[in-house]
Design a protein around this ligand. Structure first.
Ligand code: 6PG
Length: 223
């Protein structure tokens, strides 16, 4: 049975700024440890650069996880963890940062089992409708029941490297999923998600799913 999903599509002028305020509010409203999964990609990089400069966030009680990783060395320019470290972690020094290690997915599985669900999961949207490293038609879309992470790859070759990704089931355990969607290159995928096409991003369920979208990304959405 799918979790009830409160899904909101919000048009914003500035996606990184809007993301920053959503995160700041969520942390402020959630006492104790706040656990958030971070995304890869250039939209995410822009979001983290703005988030890192936001005053008043209690980073000492924030634990940072990742939603997916490319299976490359940690200092590879394609590594999500490298971008996340540079744009956010090294600036704000959160309580903890847990990068994914493709060589030991079971360690991440146990880590997520132990925390029992994340407070916030940040996701991007690919032009093909993927999110995290859950690609259209990829084997990772059908992860074993109960799995929190899954190895995956894009058979089309559009998205490079073998991957490790949160599963839909783990995402669904999150309190709040925030998609950040910016630019005309995402307009077709966003319109397709809104139209109900069976794309990976459209399969995301959680208690609350919020899409923060700029004008260009919304340009193909039918009123
Ligand atoms: C990855 C990301 C991926 C990303 C989207 C959007 O590892 O590549 O997690 O899901 O969020 O592809 O990326 P852009 O913001 O760069 O378009």
């Amino acid at each position: 049975m799918d979790a009830p999903t409160d899904r909101e599509f919000r048009l914003v002028a500035d996606v990184p700024a809007a993301f920053t305020e959503v995160v700041a509010e969520a942390i402020e409203k959630s006492p104790g440890a706040f656990r958030m999964a971070l995304s890869g990609g250039e939209t995410a990089r822009s979001c983290y650069e703005v988030l890192a400069g936001r005053a008043g966030i209690e980073w000492g009680r924030v634990e940072c996880y990742v939603g997916d990783e490319r299976c490359v060395p940690p200092d590879d320019d394609d590594a999500n963890q490298k971008m996340i470290r540079q744009a956010l972690i090294e600036v704000v020094s959160p309580a903890a940062f847990f990068p994914m290690d493709c060589d030991s997915p079971e360690a991440y599985e146990q880590l997520l089992q132990a925390v029992g669900g994340l407070n916030l999961i940040h996701l991007g949207l690919g032009p093909d409708g993927h999110t995290a490293s859950l690609f259209p038609g990829s084997p990772g879309l059908e992860a074993p029941a109960g799995a929190r992470v899954v190895r995956n790859f894009d058979e089309t070759g559009r998205n490079s490297h073998p991957r490790l990704s949160l599963t839909f089931e783990e995402i669904e355990r999150g309190d709040l999923v925030v998609f950040t969607v910016a630019g005309a290159s995402k307009a077709a995928a966003l319109a397709a998600v809104l139209a109900g096409e069976d794309l990976p991003a459209a399969r995301v369920r959680a208690s609350r799913v919020l899409f923060l979208c700029d004008e260009e990304a919304m340009s193909e959405v039918r009123p």
